[in-house]
Design a protein around this ligand. Structure first.
Ligand code: SF4
Length: 434
Protein backbone atom coordinates (compact mmCIF):
# COMPACT_ATOMS: atom_id res chain seq x y z
CA UNK A 1 0.00 0.00 0.00
CA UNK A 2 1.39 3.35 -0.95
CA UNK A 3 1.85 5.68 1.99
CA UNK A 4 1.92 9.36 1.66
CA UNK A 5 2.33 12.26 3.99
CA UNK A 6 -0.77 14.29 4.57
CA UNK A 7 -0.51 17.92 3.78
CA UNK A 8 -3.85 18.52 5.36
CA UNK A 9 -4.29 18.75 9.12
CA UNK A 10 -8.00 18.17 9.10
CA UNK A 11 -9.07 14.56 8.64
CA UNK A 12 -12.63 14.37 9.91
CA UNK A 13 -15.72 16.38 9.52
CA UNK A 14 -15.42 17.35 13.22
CA UNK A 15 -12.18 19.13 12.33
CA UNK A 16 -10.04 17.03 14.68
CA UNK A 17 -6.40 18.02 14.27
CA UNK A 18 -4.01 15.22 13.36
CA UNK A 19 -0.60 15.56 14.96
CA UNK A 20 1.98 16.72 12.40
CA UNK A 21 4.23 13.69 12.84
CA UNK A 22 1.44 11.27 11.91
CA UNK A 23 1.08 10.12 8.38
CA UNK A 24 -2.11 9.38 6.55
CA UNK A 25 -2.65 6.48 4.22
CA UNK A 26 -5.00 5.57 1.46
CA UNK A 27 -7.39 2.83 2.40
CA UNK A 28 -6.34 -0.40 0.71
CA UNK A 29 -9.72 -2.10 0.59
CA UNK A 30 -12.50 0.15 -0.51
CA UNK A 31 -13.01 3.85 -0.59
CA UNK A 32 -14.49 5.69 2.38
CA UNK A 33 -17.81 7.26 1.72
CA UNK A 34 -16.23 10.65 2.31
CA UNK A 35 -13.16 9.87 0.18
CA UNK A 36 -11.01 11.29 2.99
CA UNK A 37 -7.49 10.23 3.88
CA UNK A 38 -7.17 7.67 6.69
CA UNK A 39 -4.75 8.03 9.60
CA UNK A 40 -1.97 5.42 9.54
CA UNK A 41 -2.68 3.98 12.98
CA UNK A 42 0.35 1.68 12.96
CA UNK A 43 2.54 4.69 13.65
CA UNK A 44 0.55 5.86 16.63
CA UNK A 45 2.46 5.87 19.89
CA UNK A 46 5.78 4.88 18.27
CA UNK A 47 7.39 8.28 18.35
CA UNK A 48 5.64 10.29 21.02
CA UNK A 49 5.62 13.90 20.11
CA UNK A 50 5.75 15.57 23.53
CA UNK A 51 5.08 18.97 22.08
CA UNK A 52 1.71 17.60 21.03
CA UNK A 53 0.65 16.60 24.56
CA UNK A 54 -3.09 16.60 24.75
CA UNK A 55 -4.56 19.27 26.91
CA UNK A 56 -8.01 19.03 28.50
CA UNK A 57 -10.70 20.28 26.20
CA UNK A 58 -8.61 19.81 23.07
CA UNK A 59 -8.58 16.05 22.93
CA UNK A 60 -7.34 14.39 19.78
CA UNK A 61 -8.11 10.70 19.33
CA UNK A 62 -5.65 7.84 19.83
CA UNK A 63 -2.53 9.85 20.51
CA UNK A 64 -1.53 7.80 23.63
CA UNK A 65 -0.11 10.66 25.57
CA UNK A 66 -1.25 9.19 28.88
CA UNK A 67 -4.32 9.34 31.07
CA UNK A 68 -6.03 12.61 31.55
CA UNK A 69 -7.99 11.61 34.71
CA UNK A 70 -10.95 13.88 34.20
CA UNK A 71 -13.02 11.80 36.62
CA UNK A 72 -12.06 12.53 40.19
CA UNK A 73 -11.92 9.28 42.10
CA UNK A 74 -14.58 8.91 44.76
CA UNK A 75 -12.87 8.77 48.13
CA UNK A 76 -15.80 7.46 50.15
CA UNK A 77 -18.80 5.85 48.53
CA UNK A 78 -21.20 7.53 50.90
CA UNK A 79 -24.18 7.28 48.57
CA UNK A 80 -23.94 3.70 47.39
CA UNK A 81 -22.61 0.26 48.30
CA UNK A 82 -19.34 -1.66 48.02
CA UNK A 83 -20.56 -5.21 47.55
CA UNK A 84 -18.71 -5.39 44.24
CA UNK A 85 -15.53 -5.64 46.28
CA UNK A 86 -16.75 -8.78 48.06
CA UNK A 87 -17.67 -10.97 45.14
CA UNK A 88 -16.23 -14.04 46.86
CA UNK A 89 -19.07 -13.90 49.34
CA UNK A 90 -21.62 -12.98 46.70
CA UNK A 91 -20.54 -16.06 44.78
CA UNK A 92 -20.92 -18.27 47.87
CA UNK A 93 -24.42 -16.86 48.35
CA UNK A 94 -25.27 -17.60 44.72
CA UNK A 95 -24.17 -21.18 45.35
CA UNK A 96 -26.59 -21.32 48.29
CA UNK A 97 -23.82 -21.49 50.86
CA UNK A 98 -24.52 -20.17 54.34
CA UNK A 99 -22.42 -17.02 54.47
CA UNK A 100 -21.33 -14.90 57.41
CA UNK A 101 -22.15 -11.19 57.20
CA UNK A 102 -19.54 -9.01 55.55
CA UNK A 103 -20.53 -6.12 57.76
CA UNK A 104 -22.52 -5.71 60.99
CA UNK A 105 -24.23 -2.58 62.28
CA UNK A 106 -24.38 -2.86 66.01
CA UNK A 107 -25.90 -0.92 68.85
CA UNK A 108 -23.98 -1.02 72.12
CA UNK A 109 -26.75 0.50 74.23
CA UNK A 110 -30.47 1.14 74.03
CA UNK A 111 -30.50 4.61 75.53
CA UNK A 112 -29.08 8.02 74.83
CA UNK A 113 -27.90 11.25 76.41
CA UNK A 114 -29.60 13.38 73.74
CA UNK A 115 -33.16 13.60 72.47
CA UNK A 116 -32.77 14.35 68.76
CA UNK A 117 -36.07 15.20 67.09
CA UNK A 118 -35.49 12.65 64.32
CA UNK A 119 -34.50 9.70 66.50
CA UNK A 120 -35.40 6.31 65.04
CA UNK A 121 -34.17 4.61 68.21
CA UNK A 122 -37.18 5.97 70.10
CA UNK A 123 -39.54 4.15 67.73
CA UNK A 124 -37.48 0.98 68.28
CA UNK A 125 -37.97 1.25 72.03
CA UNK A 126 -35.35 2.95 74.23
CA UNK A 127 -34.71 1.36 77.61
CA UNK A 128 -32.68 3.46 80.02
CA UNK A 129 -29.56 1.62 81.19
CA UNK A 130 -29.89 -1.29 78.72
CA UNK A 131 -26.57 -2.18 77.13
CA UNK A 132 -24.49 -5.09 75.92
CA UNK A 133 -22.40 -6.45 78.75
CA UNK A 134 -18.62 -6.44 78.40
CA UNK A 135 -18.12 -10.23 78.36
CA UNK A 136 -20.78 -10.79 75.71
CA UNK A 137 -19.40 -7.94 73.62
CA UNK A 138 -15.83 -9.27 73.71
CA UNK A 139 -17.00 -12.79 72.86
CA UNK A 140 -19.02 -11.33 69.99
CA UNK A 141 -15.93 -9.59 68.60
CA UNK A 142 -13.93 -12.82 68.80
CA UNK A 143 -16.73 -14.72 67.07
CA UNK A 144 -16.82 -12.14 64.28
CA UNK A 145 -13.11 -12.75 63.81
CA UNK A 146 -13.72 -16.51 63.53
CA UNK A 147 -16.57 -16.00 61.09
CA UNK A 148 -14.51 -13.60 58.94
CA UNK A 149 -16.85 -10.69 59.37
CA UNK A 150 -14.93 -7.87 57.71
CA UNK A 151 -16.27 -4.82 59.49
CA UNK A 152 -18.45 -3.73 62.39
CA UNK A 153 -19.95 -0.30 62.95
CA UNK A 154 -21.07 0.73 66.43
CA UNK A 155 -23.85 2.74 64.97
CA UNK A 156 -27.17 2.48 66.76
CA UNK A 157 -29.74 2.08 68.24
CA UNK A 158 -28.56 3.90 71.39
CA UNK A 159 -25.47 6.05 71.92
CA UNK A 160 -22.37 3.76 71.86
CA UNK A 161 -20.21 5.89 74.18
CA UNK A 162 -22.65 5.11 77.01
CA UNK A 163 -21.24 1.60 76.99
CA UNK A 164 -17.91 1.77 78.85
CA UNK A 165 -16.68 -1.34 77.00
CA UNK A 166 -16.78 0.42 73.63
CA UNK A 167 -13.15 1.56 73.70
CA UNK A 168 -11.77 -1.91 74.45
CA UNK A 169 -14.11 -3.43 71.85
CA UNK A 170 -12.62 -1.15 69.17
CA UNK A 171 -9.07 -2.18 70.12
CA UNK A 172 -10.07 -5.88 70.22
CA UNK A 173 -11.79 -5.76 66.83
CA UNK A 174 -8.68 -4.36 65.20
CA UNK A 175 -6.64 -7.18 66.78
CA UNK A 176 -9.07 -9.69 65.28
CA UNK A 177 -8.52 -8.15 61.86
CA UNK A 178 -11.95 -6.52 61.71
CA UNK A 179 -12.38 -2.94 60.55
CA UNK A 180 -14.43 -0.95 62.99
CA UNK A 181 -16.32 2.34 62.77
CA UNK A 182 -18.20 4.45 65.32
CA UNK A 183 -21.15 6.79 64.92
CA UNK A 184 -21.61 8.92 68.01
CA UNK A 185 -23.12 12.17 69.18
CA UNK A 186 -19.63 12.70 70.61
CA UNK A 187 -20.56 14.52 73.79
CA UNK A 188 -19.28 11.83 76.13
CA UNK A 189 -16.27 10.70 74.14
CA UNK A 190 -13.35 10.08 76.48
CA UNK A 191 -10.40 12.18 75.43
CA UNK A 192 -8.03 9.91 77.38
CA UNK A 193 -8.97 7.10 74.94
CA UNK A 194 -8.71 9.29 71.81
CA UNK A 195 -5.47 7.63 70.70
CA UNK A 196 -6.98 4.14 71.09
CA UNK A 197 -9.90 5.11 68.88
CA UNK A 198 -7.91 7.01 66.28
CA UNK A 199 -5.30 4.28 66.05
CA UNK A 200 -7.75 1.39 65.70
CA UNK A 201 -10.97 2.68 64.15
CA UNK A 202 -11.46 3.11 60.42
CA UNK A 203 -13.86 6.00 60.94
CA UNK A 204 -15.49 8.05 63.66
CA UNK A 205 -18.64 9.82 62.54
CA UNK A 206 -20.15 12.57 64.63
CA UNK A 207 -23.91 12.83 64.42
CA UNK A 208 -24.31 16.56 64.32
CA UNK A 209 -27.33 18.10 62.66
CA UNK A 210 -26.92 21.77 63.51
CA UNK A 211 -24.14 24.27 62.99
CA UNK A 212 -24.85 26.74 65.79
CA UNK A 213 -25.80 26.65 69.46
CA UNK A 214 -29.44 27.54 69.03
CA UNK A 215 -29.99 25.04 66.24
CA UNK A 216 -28.14 22.41 68.24
CA UNK A 217 -30.36 22.85 71.28
CA UNK A 218 -33.46 22.78 69.07
CA UNK A 219 -32.58 19.69 67.03
CA UNK A 220 -30.68 17.61 69.59
CA UNK A 221 -32.76 18.70 72.60
CA UNK A 222 -29.79 19.45 74.85
CA UNK A 223 -28.37 22.63 76.34
CA UNK A 224 -26.73 25.23 74.10
CA UNK A 225 -23.47 24.93 76.00
CA UNK A 226 -23.16 21.27 75.01
CA UNK A 227 -22.51 22.55 71.49
CA UNK A 228 -19.19 24.09 72.61
CA UNK A 229 -18.22 20.89 74.42
CA UNK A 230 -18.81 18.83 71.29
CA UNK A 231 -17.10 21.23 68.91
CA UNK A 232 -14.07 21.25 71.19
CA UNK A 233 -13.94 17.44 71.16
CA UNK A 234 -14.23 17.16 67.40
CA UNK A 235 -11.52 19.78 66.94
CA UNK A 236 -9.22 17.94 69.35
CA UNK A 237 -9.81 14.59 67.67
CA UNK A 238 -8.89 16.16 64.32
CA UNK A 239 -5.78 17.71 65.87
CA UNK A 240 -4.61 14.46 67.47
CA UNK A 241 -5.24 12.61 64.23
CA UNK A 242 -3.17 15.10 62.26
CA UNK A 243 -0.31 15.28 64.75
CA UNK A 244 0.01 11.50 64.88
CA UNK A 245 -0.74 10.81 61.25
CA UNK A 246 -3.55 8.42 62.18
CA UNK A 247 -5.51 7.10 59.23
CA UNK A 248 -8.93 7.14 60.94
CA UNK A 249 -11.47 9.11 58.91
CA UNK A 250 -13.40 11.76 60.82
CA UNK A 251 -16.79 12.79 59.52
CA UNK A 252 -19.92 14.69 60.42
CA UNK A 253 -23.36 13.43 59.53
CA UNK A 254 -26.38 15.65 59.38
CA UNK A 255 -29.90 14.23 59.37
CA UNK A 256 -31.90 16.60 57.23
CA UNK A 257 -35.37 17.79 58.15
CA UNK A 258 -37.24 20.99 57.30
CA UNK A 259 -36.48 22.06 60.91
CA UNK A 260 -32.77 22.29 60.13
CA UNK A 261 -32.59 23.43 56.50
CA UNK A 262 -31.16 26.68 57.89
CA UNK A 263 -28.25 24.77 59.44
CA UNK A 264 -26.91 23.10 56.29
CA UNK A 265 -24.49 25.81 55.17
CA UNK A 266 -23.41 26.57 58.73
CA UNK A 267 -22.42 22.93 59.13
CA UNK A 268 -20.67 22.79 55.76
CA UNK A 269 -18.49 25.74 56.84
CA UNK A 270 -17.98 24.37 60.33
CA UNK A 271 -16.65 21.09 58.92
CA UNK A 272 -13.87 22.97 57.10
CA UNK A 273 -12.90 24.78 60.31
CA UNK A 274 -12.90 21.63 62.40
CA UNK A 275 -10.62 19.77 60.00
CA UNK A 276 -12.82 16.71 59.49
CA UNK A 277 -12.59 14.64 56.30
CA UNK A 278 -16.21 14.81 55.27
CA UNK A 279 -19.63 16.22 55.95
CA UNK A 280 -22.49 14.00 54.85
CA UNK A 281 -26.13 15.03 54.58
CA UNK A 282 -28.68 12.27 54.77
CA UNK A 283 -32.44 12.03 54.61
CA UNK A 284 -34.36 11.25 57.79
CA UNK A 285 -35.45 7.62 57.93
CA UNK A 286 -38.94 6.87 59.08
CA UNK A 287 -40.59 3.73 60.33
CA UNK A 288 -42.99 1.68 58.25
CA UNK A 289 -45.76 3.29 60.30
CA UNK A 290 -44.47 6.81 59.60
CA UNK A 291 -44.05 7.53 63.32
CA UNK A 292 -41.37 10.18 62.81
CA UNK A 293 -43.52 11.96 60.26
CA UNK A 294 -40.96 12.59 57.53
CA UNK A 295 -42.32 14.50 54.56
CA UNK A 296 -39.98 13.41 51.76
CA UNK A 297 -41.55 15.91 49.37
CA UNK A 298 -40.28 18.75 51.57
CA UNK A 299 -36.68 17.94 50.61
CA UNK A 300 -37.33 19.54 47.25
CA UNK A 301 -37.18 22.95 48.89
CA UNK A 302 -33.66 22.28 50.16
CA UNK A 303 -32.12 21.41 46.76
CA UNK A 304 -30.52 24.85 46.33
CA UNK A 305 -28.78 24.96 49.70
CA UNK A 306 -27.69 21.33 49.40
CA UNK A 307 -25.99 22.05 46.08
CA UNK A 308 -24.37 25.13 47.60
CA UNK A 309 -23.14 23.06 50.54
CA UNK A 310 -21.43 20.58 48.20
CA UNK A 311 -19.37 23.44 46.81
CA UNK A 312 -17.49 23.63 50.11
CA UNK A 313 -15.70 20.42 49.14
CA UNK A 314 -11.99 20.70 48.54
CA UNK A 315 -9.11 18.24 48.17
CA UNK A 316 -9.14 17.25 51.83
CA UNK A 317 -12.79 17.84 52.73
CA UNK A 318 -15.79 16.28 51.05
CA UNK A 319 -19.34 17.55 51.38
CA UNK A 320 -21.70 14.88 50.12
CA UNK A 321 -25.47 14.81 49.93
CA UNK A 322 -27.02 11.36 49.77
CA UNK A 323 -28.98 12.38 46.72
CA UNK A 324 -30.34 8.94 45.92
CA UNK A 325 -32.13 8.89 49.26
CA UNK A 326 -32.95 12.60 49.52
CA UNK A 327 -34.51 12.39 46.05
CA UNK A 328 -36.46 9.25 46.80
CA UNK A 329 -39.71 11.05 46.10
CA UNK A 330 -38.43 12.42 42.82
CA UNK A 331 -37.55 9.00 41.48
CA UNK A 332 -39.57 7.14 38.92
CA UNK A 333 -43.10 6.11 39.65
CA UNK A 334 -41.66 2.80 40.85
CA UNK A 335 -39.99 4.35 43.85
CA UNK A 336 -42.74 6.71 44.80
CA UNK A 337 -44.63 6.19 48.01
CA UNK A 338 -42.17 3.59 49.25
CA UNK A 339 -42.29 1.29 46.25
CA UNK A 340 -38.89 -0.17 45.56
CA UNK A 341 -37.04 -1.27 42.45
CA UNK A 342 -36.88 -4.83 43.65
CA UNK A 343 -39.41 -7.19 45.16
CA UNK A 344 -37.36 -9.32 47.54
CA UNK A 345 -34.93 -8.34 50.26
CA UNK A 346 -31.83 -10.51 49.69
CA UNK A 347 -29.45 -8.26 51.60
CA UNK A 348 -29.87 -9.40 55.19
CA UNK A 349 -27.33 -12.29 55.19
CA UNK A 350 -24.65 -9.85 53.96
CA UNK A 351 -25.32 -7.06 56.41
CA UNK A 352 -26.12 -8.16 59.94
CA UNK A 353 -27.63 -6.05 62.68
CA UNK A 354 -27.43 -6.32 66.43
CA UNK A 355 -29.55 -4.24 68.78
CA UNK A 356 -28.06 -2.44 71.78
CA UNK A 357 -29.58 -5.05 74.10
CA UNK A 358 -27.63 -7.87 72.44
CA UNK A 359 -30.44 -9.29 70.31
CA UNK A 360 -29.59 -10.23 66.74
CA UNK A 361 -31.95 -9.25 63.92
CA UNK A 362 -31.82 -9.30 60.14
CA UNK A 363 -32.34 -5.54 59.96
CA UNK A 364 -32.68 -2.46 62.13
CA UNK A 365 -36.29 -1.62 61.31
CA UNK A 366 -37.29 -5.03 62.71
CA UNK A 367 -35.65 -4.52 66.10
CA UNK A 368 -38.05 -5.58 68.81
CA UNK A 369 -40.17 -7.80 66.54
CA UNK A 370 -39.80 -11.21 68.17
CA UNK A 371 -40.68 -13.13 65.00
CA UNK A 372 -37.40 -11.88 63.51
CA UNK A 373 -35.16 -12.20 66.57
CA UNK A 374 -32.36 -14.64 65.76
CA UNK A 375 -30.86 -14.92 69.22
CA UNK A 376 -29.22 -12.96 72.01
CA UNK A 377 -25.44 -12.71 72.30
CA UNK A 378 -25.75 -12.75 76.10
CA UNK A 379 -27.30 -16.20 75.94
CA UNK A 380 -25.57 -17.79 72.98
CA UNK A 381 -22.35 -17.11 71.10
CA UNK A 382 -22.74 -15.15 67.87
CA UNK A 383 -20.84 -17.96 66.19
CA UNK A 384 -23.53 -20.38 67.36
CA UNK A 385 -26.35 -18.01 66.35
CA UNK A 386 -25.03 -17.68 62.78
CA UNK A 387 -24.83 -21.49 62.52
CA UNK A 388 -28.31 -22.00 63.96
CA UNK A 389 -31.43 -23.12 62.12
CA UNK A 390 -33.35 -20.18 63.60
CA UNK A 391 -30.94 -17.66 62.04
CA UNK A 392 -31.46 -19.08 58.55
CA UNK A 393 -35.18 -19.53 59.09
CA UNK A 394 -35.49 -15.79 59.74
CA UNK A 395 -33.53 -14.89 56.58
CA UNK A 396 -35.84 -17.20 54.65
CA UNK A 397 -38.87 -15.60 56.27
CA UNK A 398 -37.62 -12.17 55.17
CA UNK A 399 -37.03 -13.29 51.59
CA UNK A 400 -40.29 -15.22 51.28
CA UNK A 401 -42.80 -13.29 53.32
CA UNK A 402 -41.80 -9.64 53.56
CA UNK A 403 -43.39 -7.26 51.10
CA UNK A 404 -40.61 -4.71 50.77
CA UNK A 405 -43.00 -2.18 49.28
CA UNK A 406 -45.13 -1.84 52.36
CA UNK A 407 -43.62 -3.75 55.33
CA UNK A 408 -40.33 -1.85 55.28
CA UNK A 409 -39.00 1.62 55.95
CA UNK A 410 -38.24 3.72 52.89
CA UNK A 411 -34.55 3.58 51.89
CA UNK A 412 -33.45 1.19 54.65
CA UNK A 413 -29.80 0.29 55.24
CA UNK A 414 -29.90 -2.73 52.90
CA UNK A 415 -31.59 -0.82 50.09
CA UNK A 416 -28.45 -0.21 47.99
CA UNK A 417 -27.27 -3.83 48.13
CA UNK A 418 -30.80 -5.13 47.61
CA UNK A 419 -30.94 -3.48 44.19
CA UNK A 420 -27.62 -5.07 43.25
CA UNK A 421 -28.57 -8.53 44.52
CA UNK A 422 -31.94 -8.34 42.80
CA UNK A 423 -30.19 -7.74 39.49
CA UNK A 424 -27.99 -10.78 40.10
CA UNK A 425 -30.99 -12.97 40.90
CA UNK A 426 -32.98 -11.69 37.95
CA UNK A 427 -30.62 -11.61 35.00
CA UNK A 428 -31.89 -10.39 31.65
CA UNK A 429 -31.66 -12.60 28.56
CA UNK A 430 -28.43 -12.75 26.49
CA UNK A 431 -26.14 -12.11 29.45
CA UNK A 432 -23.05 -13.14 27.53
CA UNK A 433 -23.39 -10.06 25.36
CA UNK A 434 -21.95 -7.90 28.06
S1 SF4 B 1 -35.86 -4.33 52.79
FE1 SF4 B 1 -37.18 -4.57 54.59
S2 SF4 B 1 -36.59 -6.54 55.44
FE2 SF4 B 1 -34.97 -5.92 54.07
S3 SF4 B 1 -33.51 -4.85 55.36
FE3 SF4 B 1 -34.85 -3.31 54.51
S4 SF4 B 1 -36.44 -3.04 56.06
FE4 SF4 B 1 -35.41 -4.98 56.51
Amino acid sequence: MKKRTSKKKTVTSQKIQVVKSLKTTLHGGHALRTGKEVVDRSLLGKSPDKSQKISLGKKKPNQYTGHTFKNKSERFRLDGHKLLHHLDRVLDWQRNKRIAPIHIDMGLTKFCNMGCVYCMGVAQGMVKGALIKRDALMRFIDDCGRLKVRSIAFIGDGEPTLNPAMYDAVVRAKKRNIDVGIATNGLLLRMDRAHDLLKNATFIRFNLSAGDKKGFARIHQVSEKSFDVLIDKIRNFAKIKKENNYKCTLGIQMILLPENFDQVLKLAKLGVKLGVDYFQIKQCSDTEYGEIGVDHAAYKKAQGILKKAEKYSNDSYLVRVKWSKININEETQLYKNGFRKYDICYGTPFLGQVSGNGKVYPCGPFFGKERFCMGDIHKKSYYGIVQSAKYWKVHKDIAENIDVHCDCTVGCRQDYINKFLWDIKNPPEHINFI
